[in-house]
Design a protein around this ligand. Structure first.
Ligand code: ZN
Length: 302
């Protein structure tokens, strides 16, 4: 075990202090990473909105063209009606001056045909009008949607500018703090910490034990190793991912790690007894038993 940690020289940090400093550094660096991610996501949101706006604009143009097409179709049907009506009038006038029945019947059939033509055109006009109505409603909706998206975009852009400015400041502050903290950490330890961090996907170089496992790679940590980590006597790394391990309590995590529940239950009982009844701590079971007996005797005396 590292005896050096007991040194009381002002510049030499204990393992506990080293771990604490490293974890603080990790927290700052993780915050910087988060800021970078945040800044990376917002431009994407803006881009998505811009794409959506472009899509809506294209759609609006298409609907407008459709509406125009329907309008001109209506106009041409109206012209067809006028033409047919004029033809009917012409045939009716000709009927006044027919020379025989055959001619009269022929004109009657023509008039009937033109009348059907007018009816057909009127029917088509009705269809076009209802189609145009639907399209116009769709157009109005699309225009509203476009206006909303444009407002969103404007807001997002402002937000982005603000966040970029804000986070830049925050990032600089954090970098400054991290830099200061780094000077207090042993260079070799710092170097290996940075190397581990660089090689890990989540940017974590130091992690605490979580549910009996490494907080970085989530592989189980053997109980003895967990005890070593908790003893804070030397730097211990995860045997799977190489990340530096820290006791959750030292890392400032509030939760009671599940890891130790089974083990500490017994220990906790002993400790409560010890704390209430005696000053000295004994490690082995035998000694604990002896002590407990003594305590009981003492208790009886008093
Ligand atoms: Zn690990």
């Amino acid at each position: 075990m590292a005896k050096e940690s007991k040194k009381s020289e002002p510049k030499e940090l204990t393992v506990e202090q080293k771990l604490k400093a490293l974890f603080q550094l990790q927290t700052m660096l993780s915050d910087i990473d988060k800021i970078k991610t945040l800044r990376g996501e917002l431009p994407l949101e803006v881009e998505d909105l811009e794409d959506e706006i472009a899509g809506l604009s294209t759609r609006i143009e298409k609907i407008k063209a459709d509406v125009e097409g329907l309008k001109s179709a209506i106009t041409s049907k109206k012209i067809e009606i006028e033409t047919a009506k004029a033809t009917i009038e012409k045939y009716q006038a000709q009927q006044e001056n027919v020379r025989n029945n055959r001619e009269y019947d022929f004109l009657s059939k023509e008039i009937e045909f033109q009348t059907l033509e007018v009816e057909f055109c009127e029917k088509r006009i009705k269809e076009f009008i209802s189609e145009e109505k639907i399209k116009s409603e769709e157009l109005a909706l699309s225009i509203t949607a476009l206006e909303e998206r444009e407002k969103d975009l404007e807001q997002k852009k402002e937000e982005l500018d603000e966040i970029v400015a804000e986070t830049k400041q925050e990032e600089e502050k954090l970098r400054e703090k991290a830099k200061n903290l780094e000077t207090s950490i042993d260079p070799r330890l710092l170097q290996s910490f940075k190397r581990i961090r660089k090689n890990s996907r989540n940017g974590l170089g130091i992690v605490y034990v979580q549910r009996d496992a490494c907080g970085g790679c989530f592989n189980k940590i053997p109980p003895q190793r967990q005890l070593d980590i908790r003893s804070r006597k030397k730097i211990i790394v995860c045997e799977y991912c190489g990340r530096i391990m820290i006791d959750p309590e030292l890392a400032g995590m509030n939760f009671k790690p599940k890891q130790a529940v089974a083990k500490t239950k017994a220990k906790a009982k002993k400790e409560t007894k010890k704390e209430t009844k005696k000053e000295t701590k004994k490690e082995t079971k035998k000694e604990t038993k002896k002590e407990t007996k003594k305590e009981i005797k003492k208790e009886k005396k008093s």
